[in-house]
Design a protein around this ligand. Structure first.
Ligand code: HEC
Length: 102
């Protein structure tokens, strides 16, 4: 198993990924690299993330790493994702993994 897939085990409590991924506590993350922020139809995103979406634009690998460092700080308010990834090498590995899941 690749390093990033191992790290993704921590995200699986809340997120599904892959061709048939559905919303759980968080939105499905299939194809999230390049996807507009807060754009999964029907998912109840926080007001903070919805408001910030236009400013952030589309998720890229750099933005995803900043989000994972501290979601509330990155979005500038209260968000629904109660999770942070402290280790830079884990953030990098998981974002590389996300990029492979289109
Ligand atoms: C405790 C549950 C939980 C965990 C664990 C979690 N997330 Fe989330 N995540 C959420 C929720 C809820 C949201 C929606 C945030 C909002 O609307 O404020 C979210 C949003 C996101 C988004 C934005 C998606 C979009 O459509 O714009 C990304 C990217 C993301 N999470 C990645 C991850 C990754 C990668 C991990 C693991 C390293 C992870 N999350 C771990 C609950 C979680």
């Amino acid at each position: 198993m690749a390093a990033g897939e191992k790290v993704f085990a921590k995200c699986k409590t809340c997120h599904e990924i892959g061709p048939n991924a559905k919303a759980k506590i968080g939105p499905p993350l299939t194809g999230v690299v390049g996807r507009p922020v807060a754009s999964v139809p029907g998912f109840a995103y926080s007001e903070t993330l919805k408001k910030k979406a236009g400013e952030i634009g589309n998720w890229d690998k750099e933005k995803l790493q900043q989000w994972l460092t501290d979601p509330a700080k990155y979005a500038g308010g209260t968000v629904k994702m109660m999770f942070k990834l402290a280790k830079p090498e884990e953030r990098q590995a998981v974002v590389d993994y996300l990029e492979t899941q289109k």
